[in-house]
Design a protein around this ligand. Structure first.
Ligand code: ZN
Length: 61
């Protein structure tokens, strides 16, 4: 299991990425749940889960 952090360059939200290499995943992309910017694209080699860890100080309304 691999863990990593990523920050959305657009809105500043922080996410924790957890990669489960023992599990088969799905191709896809991860978008910021706040502003919908594409942050990562992944293949199906492993399952990836994301969790919002830092809520941006400024949220565009
Ligand atoms: Zn964002």
């Amino acid at each position: 299991m691999q863990k990593g952090d990523l920050i959305c360059p657009k809105c500043g939200a922080g996410f924790r990425r957890i990669t489960l290499s023992s599990l088969k995943g799905e191709c896809g992309e991860f978008r910021c749940t706040i502003c919908d910017r594409v942050l990562e694209v992944f293949d199906d080699s492993s399952a990836v889960a994301y969790r919002l860890t830092v809520v941006p100080a400024r949220i565009f309304v």
